[in-house]
Design a binder for this molecule. Structure first.
Ligand code: GLU
Length: 305
């Protein structure tokens, strides 16, 4: 028995790509006879209660039901603080005073070649006197995890063995709020989630989360990174491709249940009979039927046919 989840950020309407990932997360959990939870990752500044209600209404419209209460990251600050304390006590953290610009401009990396955008370790060896001086000067800091720039590997159920090099990534932001890579691990562990299904745009950040699981002494979940949805031009589905939310495609002539039918077919569930709901489909999902390639959504194909 597994526990899976869908963890959207309520910072706008869910689009067809998010809805397909949600359906897949439900199907992977249910096909393993498991529970399915929803967690709102509302620590971003764009998050709002209105977006959350709209996202939950869209999931309900497709019959994507969840077990238990919806959990919100904004209500879990104490859990994140306790995990950060554990890492601080283990001497695995340090304050960082660098601005985004300083990070981009830093040339020398103590860890050798790092991926683009990686932190070069500038503040990792400041003395406590220097830390104090910078704190007085700048008035704020982020908190970073101390790594050795090592490469971390993990197994993904769809993508196979993946690996990535670590940098000293942020655990706590300037505003004192837990960073995504910390919060997601603490939540998955605390909620008993052992199956993480999400878009494969998050593959690159997974080694960091694997590392956080390891240093906090948590068991790793099974990772299932699913292919993204593309627009007709073969690029990741985006605003410029036109209607993408349930409301917008519905206004353009594709009703929610037709969207569900289309999404179901896109993940290999065929011969559909009415009435249709995501829960009723999940029992017919076979992970082996899921294409490893991205799926293309072309609204014009749907409304003219
Ligand atoms: N909140 C993230 C997003 O909406 C997903 C994080 C996750 O599934 O781990 O992209």
């Amino acid at each position: 028995m597994v526990t899976g989840r869908f963890a959207p950020s309520p910072s706008g309407p869910l689009h067809i790509g998010n809805l397909r990932t949600a359906l897949l997360a439900l199907c992977f959990a249910r096909s393993a006879g498991g529970d399915f939870l929803i967690r709102m990752e509302d620590l971003t500044t764009e998050a709002s209660a209105d977006h959350e209600s709209a996202q939950l209404a869209d999931l309900a419209a497709l019959g994507i039901d969840h077990d238990g209460d919806v959990v919100r990251q904004s209500e879990r600050g104490e859990l994140y603080a306790a995990a950060i304390k554990q890492l601080e006590d283990a001497d695995l953290t340090y304050p960082c005073f660098c601005s985004r610009r300083e990070i981009t401009e830093a040339v020398h990396a103590p860890h050798g070649e790092l991926p683009e955008g990686a932190y070069p370790g500038t503040c990792s060896r400041l003395s406590s006197v220097e830390q104090q001086r910078r704190m007085t000067q700048r008035g704020r800091s982020t908190l970073r995890i101390r790594t050795a720039g090592q490469t971390v590997s993990f197994e993904d159920q769809l993508c196979g063995t993946r690996s990535g090099q670590l940098d000293d990534f942020v655990l706590r932001r300037w505003d004192g709020i837990a960073a995504y890579n910390l919060a997601v691990v603490v939540d998955d562990h605390d909620q008993g989630i052992d199956q993480v299904t999400r878009g494969d745009d998050l593959l690159a950040t997974t080694p960091r989360q694997v590392f956080v699981h390891q240093v906090l002494g948590f068991d790793l979940p099974t990772y299932v990174h699913v292919p993204l949805v593309l627009g007709p031009d073969g690029k990741r589905l985006a605003k410029r491709h036109g209607p993408r939310s349930l409301a917008a495609v519905s206004a353009a002539g594709l009703a929610p249940l037709e969207v569900l039918r289309l999404l179901a077919e896109s993940i290999g569930i065929t011969d559909l009979t009415d009435p249709l709901s995501a829960e009723s489909l999940a029992g017919r999902f076979d992970p082996g039927d899921l294409s490893r390639f991205p799926w293309t959504f072309d609204l014009s194909d749907q409304i003219h046919s």
